[in-house]
Ligand binder design. Structure first.
Ligand SMILES: O=P(O)(O)OC[C@H]1O[C@H](OP(=O)(O)O)[C@H](O)[C@@H]1O
Length: 323
């Protein structure tokens, strides 16, 4: 490891995030915070950084850049890196190391607590006997359904498989394990099943200042259909999903993933000269979302900007940038 080369553990985490072995906005955030702690431990031992606070700081910034570059859409990733690096302090390598490790642990604890708290808020929106529809796999959304079950409510679920990666299967298994009767459907069957559904619950990768919800591709179509069928839809999203850069007019980059997730190489060859595109996310306009459920309570999407200013008012610093 040179003074700017990330530790092997950081490179492994970055690779796992990029290939989606580690996925889901909250899980990515906690893995990134833990990787920074691993970088701090490694840099405190490495020849080039062990006795040079400035070189140590540079190595932390480089590690954060490597993690930042893995996936562009879930803002929980840069928000995690910001949280840890902004708390890095001390005039010796040992103090710096300790501050990073402490911040990383505090971040992960906060994340777990936030999910539990928002689960209670989301659960209050669900009634005994409700059937919910889910899209993709969101630990925040699942927290709401599981908390409702723990409150003693009987909940059933219609789970969309969520092409192309079919993360709906993970949701189906986790809900089944929580004692929720599950029906798995293909994405295009969603509107047909909405008549049997009382509530749609989805997660978020980022929330924009105007209340737009950036989540797995297909969420916006589901929200429009839910509105047309009169079914309420909520987004469960911890406040680390709030995107501070959108306060100053930036838009959220939508990740385009490899076409190999959509079509097998053999079939790809057969269809020849046809474009295949694979956007991972879409934006649901605030008017199609009934509520954003956070650990600080539920908000109408249009008012989320108030919470955002309170939490990220000073803007979106980039503490990983070269000075
Ligand atoms: O943070 P939690 O609620 O777990 O997940 C939030 C969102 O992250 C996922 O993205 P991906 O599967 O990483 O592309 C899904 O879009 C999911 O709704």
């Amino acid at each position: 490891m040179t003074d700017t080369e990330p530790a092997p553990a950081v490179r492994e985490t970055a690779e796992s995030i990029a290939t989606m072995e580690i996925r889901g906005a909250a899980t990515i955030a906690s893995a990134a915070a833990e990787a920074l702690a691993e970088q701090a431990e490694a840099a405190a031992e490495a020849d080039a950084t062990a006795s040079d606070p400035e070189a140590f700081r540079a190595s932390m910034r480089a590690a954060a850049r490597t993690l930042r570059e893995t996936r562009p859409t879930a803002v929980s990733l840069p928000n995690a890196l910001r949280y840890v690096l902004q708390r890095m302090e001390g005039d010796s390598v040992d103090r710096l190391r300790r501050s990073v490790v402490d911040a990383s642990e505090a971040f992960v604890e906060q994340l777990d607590r936030a999910q539990e708290d928002l689960g209670q808020v989301g659960a209050n929106r669900l009634a005994d006997g409700d059937t919910v529809m889910t899209h993709c796999h969101s630990t925040d959304a699942l927290a709401c359904i599981e908390a409702a079950v723990e409150q003693g409510k009987s909940i059933s679920a219609v789970v969309k498989e969520t092409r192309p990666r079919q993360q709906g299967h993970i949701t189906a298994e986790q809900l089944r394990d929580a004692g929720v009767p599950v029906t798995l459907i293909v994405d295009s069957a969603a509107r047909r099943y909405l008549d049997e559904v009382d509530h749609v619950v989805v997660g978020a990768d980022s929330i924009a200042a105007d209340g737009g919800v950036i989540n797995k591709i297909g969420t916006s179509g589901l929200a429009v259909n839910a509105r047309e069928r009169g079914v309420p839809i909520m987004t469960a999203a911890q406040t680390i999903k709030l995107h501070p850069e959108t306060l100053t007019g930036h838009t959220v980059e939508i990740e385009m993933r490899d076409e190999g997730e959509v079509i097998e190489p053999e079939a790809r060859e057969e269809i020849g000269d046809i474009a295949v595109e694979n956007p991972a996310f879409d934006v649901t306009p605030p008017r199609y979302m009934d509520a954003i459920v956070t650990e600080q309570g539920q908000f109408p999407p249009e008012s989320i900007v108030t919470l955002m200013r309170e939490l990220f008012g000073e803007g979106a610093a980039e503490p990983w940038a070269e000075p």
